[in-house]
Design a protein around this ligand. Structure first.
Ligand SMILES: [Zn+2]
Ligand SMILES: [Zn+2]
Length: 334
């Protein structure tokens, strides 16, 4: 079968790979649509020690069950799934917080991913999708669930309803874009997205109907937002988030470009700022996201770009060069 393989830093190739074997309680999926994630780009750049050359990346998938050894899933069923393979037994899995599973592995990292015609996956990771949801929209479940999970964690901590908040999102990539769309759906009116790429700013203005700003030209105003989402996680955005947050506000740290930096602990302390971290989504978040997508909570998704799997190597190059306005590119193997 055909697969898009990460062969060496800054190189992806279409290669022939063996059709996956069917293990017990697993299914083989015919991949219909698969998104390119920022973490795939990170691996492509040679920056992820867990994703080495030779690997098939891709974990934002939707497809059709082609073979099944699991009683709950039958041939022809349309599904997406949790790329995190979790144990089901540890304290986090038992709490329903399986994103923190102590024994987790991952599709496109510890086992072959979805940039291929077919992929095997444990049936316990699968989520059936409703009739009215297209497979292309379903392939956005994973990044959209990252936004759902992060915003849900934040809403539990904000002292006032999120609709009342002035909200700033740093970074207009897929997670920033999907977070902005979800916040609009939730009824947030005062929303600004800071993004350096002019193509992306234009796409956000067109599809989200919120304010944008270019942080390299325009200074984000100090202490004026009740809720800030940092969807970049670089040293500079962390500092901007802390400068922009109002006393008593909540910062949700979503992106993780730089692993550490010095932060203004004086403001954090004296202004009672809550700084939250978030990692991916639980299976329940993914299920909730499938329902939100089916109800068009993220809009018509017309900003998403689709290409064939064969065009995958070029898509990685174009994303690398910042030439793509779309915050999400889907690859289609068939
Ligand atoms: Zn992803
Ligand atoms: Zn577990």
């Amino acid at each position: 079968m055909k697969a898009l393989v990460y062969t060496q830093p800054n190189e992806m190739q279409i290669l022939d790979r063996p059709y996956p074997s069917l293990d017990s309680n697993e299914v083989v999926l015919k991949i219909e649509s698969v998104g390119i994630c920022g973490s795939d780009m990170h691996a492509f750049h040679g920056h992820d020690p867990r994703r080495n050359p030779g690997i098939v990346l891709g974990h934002e998938f939707a497809g059709i069950v082609a073979e099944s050894s699991a009683p709950l899933f039958s041939l022809g069923q349309r599904v997406t799934g949790n790329p995190l393979i979790t144990c089901g037994h540890c304290e986090y899995c038992l709490q329903g917080r399986n994103n923190l599973c102590a024994n987790r592995t991952m599709v496109g990292m510890t086992r072959p991913g979805a940039f291929a015609e077919y992929m095997s996956i444990p049936a316990s990771s699968l989520i059936a999708i409703p009739e009215e949801l297209s497979l292309d929209a379903a392939a956005l479940t994973e990044p959209a669930a990252t936004a759902v999970h992060a915003i849900n964690l934040s809403m539990r901590v904000l002292v006032r309803p999120i609709q009342e908040c002035r909200v700033l999102i740093l970074g207009g990539g897929a997670i920033g874009m999907l977070s902005a769309l979800l916040l609009k759906h939730y009824g947030v009116d005062d929303l600004t997205v800071a993004e350096v790429n002019p193509l992306r700013r234009k796409a956000i203005e067109e599809h989200v109907s919120c304010k944008t700003l270019n942080p390299t030209e325009e200074k984000v105003s100090d202490s004026s937002y009740e809720f800030v989402m940092d969807c970049v996680g670089a040293v500079v955005t962390r500092n901007s988030a802390l400068a922009a947050i109002k006393p008593g506000g909540v910062i949700m740290h979503v992106g993780l470009q730089d692993w550490s930096s010095e932060i203004d602990m004086r403001k954090l302390t004296l202004a009672e700022i809550t700084l939250l971290g978030t990692y991916t989504y639980s299976t329940v978040d993914l299920q909730a996201t499938v329902n939100l997508l089916a109800r068009n909570a993220f809009g018509d998704l017309s900003w998403v770009e689709k290409r064939s799997l064969d065009e995958g190597p070029q898509a990685f190059m174009d994303l690398h060069a910042g030439k793509i306005a779309a915050a999400k590119v889907l690859l289609k193997p068939f």
